[in-house]
Design a protein around this ligand. Structure first.
Ligand SMILES: [Zn+2]
Length: 448
């Protein structure tokens, strides 16, 4: 139903009783600016993933949900959902011994935190993809280390991959920030195993490359660093429990304070999406109950690996098969010059009927002009899509120049565009929440 029609219908019903609510059910640029100013303000220090700053952002969103009249979601006592993230850190230098003799200068670049023991097999990089099974491999040749590592990771047996130090491995170590990449995981889940990638100084490597069959033992002394991430969850119950549920989501965390003290404000990424969820919550609550229930969620810790969304999915307040559609809102703070004026893009638009359904009801969304960027796979919608839920992300300018820069501030976002863009979603979502029609994947659209 289009907005003009609905306003006319209201006016016809009662001029006295409805106008106040009707006015408030409009998305307000004042509220948009207010939410942005708080969430992306200096005081929240960039809402670093799984930090106390993120928790304050979540508490703010929760308070707004409560103020808008939302209820705690089924099975929840309040509006906050917390999860513990465990990240492994190297506690002491790794050791590598070969036939009992320590190898000096061994450095770990990537691993899963586990030690490895096995007979060393020398494999030329070119032959790696068809190498016979071995726990420990020393890979000769001058292919880039990451390429070697990826190929080795495909082999079921490989647990330790040793490469020779080069300009390439030095650059890789620098990209990793001088620390090995070790897994993070939600407490209670098991991190995926992956081989250890170890670099040896040239001389040590060359000596070792002559020692095929020797017994290699890698020890990786790790310690756990735990932190807590927070999701904010609000619920508008529906009138028909069998009609299913809509899920509207965004991520509330950003990059926080950098080691050099720079605050990454994240006004666009993703205070803008969080603001959209808040304004949709407020306006849809004012419009009254719909057939379908609506879940509103602001996830924590998207930026460091989608932990908040993963925890939510594992502890969803309603069974996932009741969620008829998920819309994630990401970075709607700037308008994409590639798109028609005023419009947003929906990632994976062609994959399901959701985008065209919303568009037919007036949503200012169109297809994604950057299919090569795989944005459909790069946001919190994807974990749900993999579970079969019709789940997409709506974005403004997904390749905006301020992306992940300190320039992503309130001064550099377009409040008027955001306001109109969010407003354009209110009626289409309200209609969808009152509809019996279920968005469906198109043939071949559902990710496998
Ligand atoms: Zn981001």
């Amino acid at each position: 139903m289009r907005r003009g029609y609905l306003l006319a219908a209201w006016a016809a019903v009662s001029v006295l009783a409805v106008p106040a609510a009707a006015q408030q059910a409009e998305v307000s640029s004042t509220w948009v600016r207010a939410h942005e100013t708080f969430l992306a303000g200096d005081e929240l220090r960039g809402r670093g993933s799984a930090t106390p700053d993120e928790a304050i952002a979540a508490a703010y969103v929760a308070a707004q949900f409560q103020g808008a009249g939302l209820q705690p979601a089924p099975g929840m006592n309040g509006y906050l959902q917390k999860a513990e993230i465990v990240r492994l850190k190297l506690q002491a230098p790794i050791t590598l011994t070969v036939d009992g003799t320590p190898v000096a200068g061994a450095a770990l670049l990537i691993g899963d935190g586990k030690g490895v023991e096995g007979a060393l097999r020398v494999v030329p990089a070119k032959a790696l993809s068809r190498a016979a099974p071995a726990d420990a491999m020393i890979v000769t040749g001058d292919q880039p280390a990451m390429q070697v590592y990826r190929t080795a990771s495909q082999l079921k047996s490989a647990r330790l991959v040793i490469v020779r130090e080069s300009a390439d491995t030095k650059a890789l170590a620098e990209r990793l920030g001088g620390e090995p990449r070790l897994p993070g995981y939600l407490r209670g889940t098991v991190p995926e195993g992956r081989p250890a990638l170890v670099v040896l100084p040239a001389a040590a490597f060359d000596a070792l490359a002559k020692q095929g069959g020797a017994r290699a033992v890698l020890t990786v002394p790790v310690a756990e660093a735990a932190s807590v991430t927070t999701n904010a969850v609000g619920w508008l119950p529906g009138t028909d429990p069998k009609a299913g549920v809509l899920l509207l989501s965004a991520h509330l965390d950003h990059l926080g304070v950098q080691p050099d003290g720079t605050v990454m404000h994240g006004a666009n990424d993703d205070a803008s999406g969080t603001t959209a969820v808040l304004e949709l919550a407020r306006t849809l609550a004012l419009k009254g109950r719909t057939k379908r229930g609506i879940l509103f969620v602001a996830y924590g810790s998207e930026e460091i690996g989608g932990y908040g969304a993963r925890h939510f999915i594992a502890h969803a307040p309603v069974p996932l098969d009741q969620i008829v559609a998920n819309i994630e809102v990401e970075m709607i703070g700037a308008q994409d010059p590639k798109l028609p004026a005023g419009t947003m893009m929906m990632t994976g638009f062609e994959r399901s009927t959701l985008g065209e359904t919303l568009k037919a009801h007036g949503a200012l969304v169109t297809s994604d002009p950057y299919p090569e960027q795989n944005f459909f796979q790069r946001s919190d919608n994807y974990a749900l899509a993999l579970k079969g839920v019709v789940a997409h992300t709506i974005s403004g300018w997904a390749v905006v120049p301020t992306y992940h820069s300190k320039e992503d501030t309130v001064a550099n976002i377009d409040i008027a565009f955001m306001t109109r863009a969010i407003q354009s979603l209110v009626e289409p979502l309200h209609a969808l929440a009152n509809s019996d029609a279920k968005p469906e994947w198109k043939p071949g659209g559902k990710p496998e």
